[in-house]
Design a protein around this ligand. Structure first.
Ligand code: XMP
Length: 510
């Protein structure tokens, strides 16, 4: 699935949160990147034969004996290396330079001043702002290196052009670094000699021919959830093998307002067999009276498998099973991409249960935003390609406590109002939705006292969904959301806004 086998940049991961952003930034500059563990052996690296290696940031102190280190042979293989933050410190330390442990961190946008000597990485002659996030500083360079830029806390850029080794203390992939992408471009094109062959259009073409070759004239089955990955997977398979794909969409009744119809409409008229299973009552009765979110998740997950199995069996033998596994699923589960079915994305062991041995994962080389771009190129509507993360058990875990038909209906409408209003913001928060709390509260409507539901609104800003900040929504929008919800929904007495970040809270309330 590597588009340009002889033009790979290897991104070695030392635990920094921005590892995926680094790999994705390389791809956005039209060079294929692969993200691998920092401890990858030189032998394995030789096998991959990259044109360059990037060492990512990490969390520890590079001078500690037990901190993660790369194979030292990397520095003498003749392959250009760029160390970022921890990656630069580790390289300097391993090659005999010195690192000082500071009491205070250099954090946020920091001025970096060029020191006058010629740099292969940047052309700035005046100070520029760059995103820093480190405590240790490089204070003495190994033989052969020169420092070409510094911040107030130490060396910010170091270069050894003879050995093709480079380091930046800041994060060039971050939008907060002025000219950061130009630095990466200089590394890829000026130093590693990339020619920039990696394009998503090529990805579509390669996948289409690979799918055709693998599937031939046989049939293929996909569990379509309506999420970005499975929807794009369906669109790609339909393009590759028209008429041979069957999608089973199990509507468990916990979708948002009209969502099931939107999903069905997106695939209507396409050359595939789309089967929608309306199993709302079956799922609702399964979790009737259950308050514990984990128990709800488990019951819904199991029921999904039963329903899917029943339907798949009705179709007779279909040799291929497709999954919308993406690159992040594989990286997170620590596996090798393209190898075997990943439990992460292998919904309840479905392929094994149904006796499938042939699995097609056509998105396994892509990051999430590449999947969205691919979806747009394949003509999917924005409500599918730009869809926010949504839990598999859907609104069943956004209704806190026991789920009822009435609570679901109220939440669906409250959510539609909240998302319509918040969706007007530019930029929109990363994720936003309504929650049906398990609290009732006193209110007044007309002349009557009421004792009714409390709806909470959540809107967060995040890069990776592992942490987030609550989004400060303007008060006039919040006021309008509260007024519209309480006007439209007689059983809601109060609307509250969640101002907690993650940690300590999570994004979902569950
Ligand atoms: P938490 O609540 O743990 O959520 O902060 C982190 C992100 O994961 C999403 N989420 C899910 N996504 N299936 C998914 O595909 C799930 O079951 C699921 N549960 C939570 C959540 O919406 C947030 O973006």
């Amino acid at each position: 699935m590597n588009q340009t086998a002889n033009e790979t940049i290897l991104v070695l991961d030392f635990g920094g949160k921005q590892k995926e952003l680094v790999a994705r930034a390389v791809r956005s500059l039209n060079v294929y990147s692969e993200l691998r563990p920092g401890t990858l052996s030189a032998e394995e690296i030789r096998r991959i034969n990259p044109i360059g290696i990037i060492l990512t940031g990490g969390t520890g102190s590079a001078c500690q004996p037990n901190s993660p280190k790369c194979d030292p042979a990397i520095f003498t293989m003749g392959i250009p290396v760029l160390g970022i933050c921890y990656g630069m410190q580790m390289m300097v330390h391993m090659l005999g330079g010195a690192i000082t442990q500071n009491d205070t961190a250099e954090y946020g946008r920091v001025a970096v001043a060029p020191l006058g000597s010629q740099s292969a990485l940047f052309s700035a002659t005046r100070p520029f702002m760059a995103l820093m996030n480190h405590k240790d500083s490089v204070t003495h360079l190994p033989t052969g290196f020169v420092s070409t830029a510094a911040s107030s806390s130490g060396i910010a850029v170091c270069e050894n052009s003879d050995a093709k080794l480079y380091g930046v203390q800041f994060h060039p992939q971050a939008s907060h670094t002025d000219g950061g992408m130009d630095i990466l471009r200089s590394f890829l094109y000026g130093i590693c000699g990339a020619t920039g062959q990696y394009q998503l259009d090529n990805y579509i073409d390669t996948q289409i021919s690979q799918i055709r070759e693998a599937v031939g004239d046989k049939k293929i089955l996909l569990a379509l959830s309506g999420g970005v990955d499975s929807s794009v997977c369906a669109a790609l398979l339909t393009r590759a093998v028209p008429g041979q794909l069957t999608c089973i969409f199990v509507d468990h009744g916990f979708m948002r307002l009209d969502e099931g119809d939107h999903i069905e409409a997106a695939f209507a008229g396409q050359d595939l067999n789309f089967i929608r299973i309306n199993a709302q009552e079956r799922f609702l009765s399964k979790i009737s009276g259950i308050s514990d979110p984990e128990a709800k998740r488990k019951l819904i997950g199991n029921e999904f498998i039963y329903v899917f199995e029943e339907e798949a069996k009705k179709l007779g033998h279909i040799p291929f099973f497709a999954q919308g596994t993406i690159y992040a699923d594989i990286v997170e589960s620590g596996g090798e991409y393209g190898a075997v079915i990943k439990s992460h994305h292998n919904v309840g062991g479905l392929p094994e249960k149904l006796g499938f041995t042939k699995i097609i994962e056509p998105l396994a080389g892509l990051f999430k935003d590449e999947v969205r771009i691919l979806g747009r190129k394949l003509g999917l509507p924005p409500h599918l390609t730009e869809r926010q993360p949504f839990p598999g058990p859907g609104l069943a875990i956004r209704v806190i406590g026991a789920v009822t038909h009435d609570k679901l209906e109220i939440l669906r409408h409250a959510d539609a109002i909240a998302t319509e209003e918040i969706g007007r913001l530019n930029p929109t928060p990363s994720q936003y939705f309504a929650v049906m709390t398990d609290t009732r509260s006193v209110g007044i409507k007309g002349d009557d006292r009421t004792y009714d539901h409390v709806i909470a609104i959540r809107a967060v800003t995040t890069d990776d969904f592992m942490t987030c900040e609550y989004t400060p929504i303007p008060h006039d929008i919040l006021r309008r959301i509260a007024a519209r919800i309480t006007d439209a929904l007689p059983n809601v007495s109060r609307v509250v806004y969640d101002i907690t970040s993650k940690p300590p809270a999570t994004i979902e309330w569950e």
